[in-house]
Design a protein around this ligand. Structure first.
Ligand SMILES: *Cc1c(COP(=O)(O)O)cnc(C)c1O
Length: 400
């Protein structure tokens, strides 16, 4: 079958919840993806900030194969060694105390919200608490995660969602303070807003919210599903500012492609929130997923991933600044490490399609932002190659 036939079959069988790019993938290798016609693409998407180690990574593949030959699933009614090792490694790099494994980012958010509500319930003996989330946030598509996602378009048809959620403006402390009541049990936001258009948290805002949470015994939940796992040059983005959350969520690059997420708690919150019988999952933390996490953590150390992110991230920043200066259509450049975005004076789909035609994968973040989220092994040479194609694409478009 050719690409067109596969796409027709896909559209006849899959629920149409995505407007997909017209590519059928065959395989990946390092920084490159190959479609089934053999066309090669330089990848600055990583499957949406997932494949940090590059495709067809041998050590990663070998670790998974070895675990497949032992056992891939056991059940959380028993212990398994990969889960124990993975939890220890996550504790070490995150500075958090307790880990609960999930199968996705959205499920990590669900768990985080439940932990926050249970914490407040234990303290007050009533269940009428409120959560404050941010406008333009993204936390996932399940009902709980959607409840704190600040995009009315995603929420509208699915109301009523979980109640008692208020929205404030990201990086606007006054709007957060105005939303706080005696019933507030948690404040949740991304340390860098991803889907909302690559907006890093303002350091002062983060510190002010932390102080407010401490003063009022409100839990700070940081969603680092996209910006965590080294993408900003720190394992978790909050570490740059030294402002530790009470609950932290992680996923995407955590398993580098094997579906896995986690929420982590400080000991104080863990000891006063979810307890036996309060939460569970059939697959979460299974040996295959946890073998992936273990290998990812090991390779992050061996390959000095954080150093590469800082070095190449800075280079990417400089290069993109130069491109933005050259074209009126490109308005503003934002981001940290290898999580960067260019906001345009209009939609970015034409630019992305043109780049794709020329063998470069980019993705948007909202209508008007081009997002740059390459695998974290990206080199300066890869950045130069990407810039060449981007500039070529821009030059070939009229009015850009
Ligand atoms: C992707 C994402 C999620 C949702 O994760 P899924 O694995 O798609 O459920 C939640 N929060 C942020 C910040 C994300 O980028």
């Amino acid at each position: 079958m050719d690409m067109k036939q596969y796409i027709e079959e896909a559209e006849a069988a899959l629920l149409h919840t995505y407007n997909r790019y017209q590519i059928v993938w065959d395989k990946g290798d390092g920084m490159y993806m190959y479609d089934i016609e053999g066309k090669k693409y330089l990848d600055f998407v990583s499957g949406i900030a997932v494949f940090a180690l590059g495709y067809n990574n041998k050590a990663y593949n070998d670790a998974l194969k070895a675990q497949i030959d032992k056992v891939i699933h056991t059940s959380n009614y028993y212990y398994n060694i990969p889960a124990i090792e993975a939890a220890k490694k996550i504790k070490k790099v995150s500075g958090m105390d307790r880990v609960f494994f999930t199968n996705s980012g959205a499920e990590a958010i669900e768990g985080a919200l439940k932990a926050a509500r249970k914490y407040a319930f234990n303290r007050d003996g009533v269940a009428d608490h409120e959560i404050i989330a941010m406008n333009h946030s993204f936390h996932g598509r399940t009902m709980g995660a959607l409840s704190v996602t600040g995009n009315p378009h995603y929420r509208e048809a699915f109301e009523p969602l979980i109640g008692n959620v208020k929205f404030a403006d990201y990086n606007d402390f006054d709007s957060v303070k105005a939303a706080v009541t005696d019933k507030t049990c948690a404040i949740i936001f991304e340390t860098v807003q991803g889907e909302g258009g690559i907006h890093p948290v303002d350091e002062t805002f983060l510190k002010q919210v932390r102080a407010l949470c401490d003063e009022k015994d409100i839990l700070l939940i940081l969603d680092e599903i996209q910006c965590g796992m080294g993408r900003t040059g720190y394992m978790y983005a909050w570490q740059r500012y030294g402002v530790k959350p009470d609950i932290l969520t992680s996923a995407k690059a955590l398993g580098c492609g094997v579906p896995v997420g986690a929420f982590m708690l400080t000991e104080r919150v863990a000891a006063n929130s979810l307890t036996s019988g309060d939460h569970g999952t059939t697959y979460g933390g299974n040996p295959l997923a946890c073998a992936a996490i273990c290998n990812v953590m090991d390779q992050f150390e061996e390959l000095n991933i954080l150093e590469n992110v800082n070095e190449v991230g800075e280079y990417l920043y400089k290069k993109l600044d130069e491109v933005v200066a050259k074209y009126d259509y490109l308005k503003e450049h934002r981001g940290i490490g290898l999580l960067q975005g260019i906001e345009c004076n209009g939609p970015v789909s034409e630019i992305i399609n043109k780049a794709m035609e020329k063998g470069l994968l980019l993705i948007n973040a909202g209508m008007n932002v081009i997002r740059f989220i390459p695998p974290l092994i990206v080199s300066k040479q890869n950045v130069d190659d990407m810039i060449d194609i981007l500039v070529e694409a821009m030059d070939s478009l009229e009015n850009k």
